[in-house]
Design a protein around this ligand. Sequence first.
Ligand code: CAA
Length: 384
Amino acid sequence: MSIGIDKIGFYVPKEYIDIVELAQARDVDPNKFTIGIGQDKQAVPEPYQDAVTMAASSADSILTAEDKKDLGLLIVGTESSVDESKSTAAFLMDLLELPEDIRSYEIKQACFGATAGLQAAYDFVSLNPDKKALVIASDIARYGIKTPGEVTQGAGSVAMIISQNPRILKLDHKSVYMTRNVGDFWRPTFSKTAFARGKYSNEVYVEFFETLWNKYQTKYDVTADDFSTMLFHIPYTKMGTKALRTVEKSVSADKYKKLTKHYQESIKFSREIGNLYTGSLYLGLLSYLINAAQENEKVLLFSYGSGAVGELYSAEIQPGFEKMIDKNLILDEMKSRQKLSIPDYEKIYQVEYKNGTMVDPSEVDTKFYLSAIKENERLYKKLK
Ligand code: CAA
């Protein structure tokens, strides 16, 4: 039975900052941010948006009544969850009007959560072939104003429906993975912002990729020539380039040129949005599907979640995949965003809703929003 991604949708907040303006405000050479880090814009969520509202928006962009009827599993991968007990998935049940006979939960393992969800969904569909699974990645990546990580922030969500006979990406069920207790990046429960040993995190990321790529080649007796594209977790777009460079020594110049060209197509959206944490790999996949993918291409996907878990798996782009993606809607969402000044971004950043907050719906510009916090409970609404 073939199983994989049948639909993919995304959500990006409607406001962004320009990375050159951020560099100027931080008294940094803009080339460091645009070339050295590889970013152009960074999505900025409003205070009434969070992992729940963005997850609802990305899922809402692809779910039909028939999908809802067929769903048996809902998994949200996030590392910016709003509750230590209740899962992001449970909040989505009424926002998305989902039927109750669904198994649902949240997965946290830094940026690896959505990949863990995808693999669990694969297993679920193989045992329940007439059912579908909804896997959502939703995150706000935050390091803090004037920190080295600030340029690598971002926000957004990617939703995927996993089913048999997938019309976008068939998973090969070929995968290698590894886990190691690493202190490269963490966010204690008391903190809204992440802590990172930035340069060390880059090293661990690259080492995980190299280890897994060697393991994959040995386990399945393949080389880079068996794949046309390598997709990476993209905390910032230079990061995947660093991992891809490790492949250069073992392939022809022409092959490396092609892999690099395809990687450039996969980072177009990330350059404009920033880090989606667990959604970043899948934003890269979406960017590649929209900008360059060909039917029947064999692709490798490298997932990395600090702390740290890595997984490298392969998949095949399906014939007719373009018909399954609303390219115009996605490009419109990207283009219609409003630029914020750096002082306005800093103001929004400082806002923290406390118990007793009531959000005025007339000031909301997204379909799903945090409407109030009552008795310390976060309440959500859908704009009519
Ligand atoms: N023109 C062009 N390039 C320039 C430049 C200029 N004027 N000035 C500097 N650069 C280059 C540097 O040479 C460097 O390039 P290389 O990495 O290729 O050597 C690059 O710009 C960045 O410079 P620095 O390393 O000096 O930058 P920094 O100390 O300010 O920190 C960072 C960069 C470590 C990525 C930091 O932004 C950070 O900590 N980010 C968060 C952590 C992170 O994203 N880690 C990624 C791996 S972990 C992961 O993937 C999980 C996740 O999602 C977080």
